[in-house]
Design a protein around this ligand. Structure first.
Ligand code: SAH
Ligand code: F3S
Length: 494
């Protein structure tokens, strides 16, 4: 169940960045003293944060916490935070200030910060935001029981130790953010790519993959609970590699047997898709330099793997890509796009783009626009560069593109993307598409809203169909971001 939406327009339209949403769950058992404590959790940032909040919900539920979606009733308020851009951090700080009035009314109220800001700022958060009692980083959630004991004794508590092994594979998430149709399944944590602008390697640590057995167990459970779609999550899913656990960089030292029996991302996809032919499978996020041809072939082999790849590029200029440490060229990216379109002609492709990276000039910007022109992405998430303290870009480069220039370039990128989205959506008119119904349309209660395999949103009259049905829909018209159509029948494919 979701409630309490807050606004931050940059993040609002990005499925990777679901905004401040309060979450609700029920406890598995009572706490030691048989008391009922209430927790209110608010999540910001990427899908991974949302998935992490579900892990924390499970850990807290074991501690006897029951949920509330009202801060005024809570004994503990947790805010799961994002550091990716300055604006994301400012949003969280504003929320923390907002919690002040609740703490004034209830002196026993404890406030905890989890996620990337906790990891990035560490003790500084306790010093700078006096309201905060608890700081816990993304790899330390199993320490919650101990940390809670500390704050109960009115001591500040902090654990921001990053782990090389932790994947939370043994925790069964409590599905607090789900509509009962789709669920996130985390398959790996951390990122080793070290893009120079990005704070994630510092806040989420080294890449490590989760045991495929525990991934399949979680999906089996979801299937039993009638979930219809799962999204395999990681900062860099194509880099998934299971060889017995531990950091990916240790694969070099693995035994011959470990190397022979290792499971990479294409194998994991095949395992999941073949075991669950009636479930739709998505994944996010892919990195161009790590995406293998085997992954694309596996996608084309299984009907139930969605034909959509989120393939962030960040810039169309070779010189900017190099300064970003993206490890691929514009030409290699185009080659990859061509391969995808050859093997899966109707594959939806989306992107992330950054405007105004240090030293970006007009030619670099034009290169970005021309790359977009070539690919004609279905949709994209576009940002202006935000310098993040501690990253290689912040240390070695000057944030030297003027704010107005960043803003203007970003607007040109957004305008072009709107044209391309419209172009792609219009191509769908007259076609029959399979839609998984997720919820009532926001605009009208008489319409369902769902998504195609390519991740396009489709709305259509409800008739006798239900949430969770796969329905063939004939597309009649396209608005700027949505397709409209009429249901034909229950789909035989998914
Ligand atoms: N691989 C990750 C990427 C996380 S960051 C994933 O799972 O999605 C998401 C996007 O935020 C990046 O692709 C990039 O476009 C943008 N971003 C990251 N750092 C940024 C910064 N310093 N300034 C502006 N945008 C940034
Ligand atoms: Fe960040 Fe690059 Fe990894 S954008 S999450 S360092 S792939």
């Amino acid at each position: 169940m979701k409630s309490d939406k807050f606004t931050d327009t940059t993040l609002e339209k990005d499925p990777n960045f679901v905004n401040g949403t309060a979450t609700v769950f029920s406890p598995k058992k009572k706490n030691k003293n048989n008391q009922t404590k209430r927790v209110y959790i608010e999540s910001y940032g990427c899908q991974m944060n949302f998935s992490d909040s579900e892990i924390v919900a499970s850990i807290l539920s074991e501690q006897g916490f029951i949920n509330t979606d009202k801060i005024s009733l809570a004994d503990l308020v947790l805010i799961n935070t994002c550091s990716i851009r300055d604006k994301a951090e400012k949003t969280v700080r504003n929320r923390l200030h907002h919690f002040n009035s609740f703490k004034e009314k209830n002196k026993n109220l404890k406030i905890g910060v989890m996620g990337c800001m906790a990891e990035r700022l560490k003790e500084k958060l306790l010093e700078e935001e006096k309201i905060v009692d608890l700081v816990v980083g993304p790899d330390a959630y199993k320490d919650f029981p101990k940390l809670l004991e500390e704050i109960e004794k009115d001591r500040e508590a902090i654990n921001v130790i990053l782990s090389k092994e932790e994947t939370y594979g043994d925790i069964n998430p409590v599905r607090i953010n789900s509509n009962g149709v789709g669920a996130f399944v985390s398959i790996m944590r951390g990122c080793d790519n070290m893009c120079t602008f990005c704070v994630v390697p510092y806040t989420r640590g080294r890449e490590r993959s989760r045991d495929p057995k525990s991934i399949l167990k979680e999906i089996n459970q979801l299937s039993k609970e009638s979930y219809k779609e799962i999204t395999l999550l990681g900062q860099n899913v194509d880099s998934y590699l299971w060889f017995g656990g531990g950091p990916k960089k240790d694969f070099k030292k693995a035994s011959l047997l470990q190397k022979k029996t290792a499971v990479d991302f294409s194998k994991l996809l095949s395992l999941v898709a073949s075991e669950h032919p009636k479930m739709r499978i998505r994944f996010s996020t892919s990195n161009p330099q790590d995406m293998s041809i085997d992954v694309i072939k596996t996608m084309s082999k299984y009907e139930n793997i969605c034909n959509h790849i989120h393939l962030p590029v960040q810039s169309g200029s070779n010189s900017v890509l190099e300064k970003m440490n993206r490890k691929h060229t514009r030409e290699e990216y185009i080659e990859l796009i061509d391969k995808i379109k050859k093997i899966i002609p109707d594959c939806g492709i989306s992107h992330d783009m950054i405007a105004g990276f240090p030293d970006e000039n007009e030619k670099d910007h034009k290169d970005t626009l021309s790359l977009m022109e070539y690919v004609k992405y279905d949709f994209g998430f576009m940002f202006s560069y935000s310098e993040r303290p501690g990253t290689p870009a912040a240390k070695k480069m000057k944030d030297n593109v003027a704010e107005e220039t960043k803003k203007r370039r970003l607007q040109e990128i957004i305008d072009l993307q709107q044209l391309h989205s419209k172009y792609r959506l219009n191509l769908m008119i007259g076609k029959k598409v399979c839609v998984l119904i997720e919820k009532s349309s926001k605009r009208s209660d008489e319409f369902w809203s769902g998504r195609t395999s390519q991740n396009n949103v489709v709305v259509f009259p409800k008739e006798n169909y239900n949430v969770g049905d796969f329905v063939d829909v004939e597309i009649k018209e396209a608005t700027s971001a949505t397709l409209k159509g009429n249901a034909i029948e229950i789909s035989s494919n998914i």
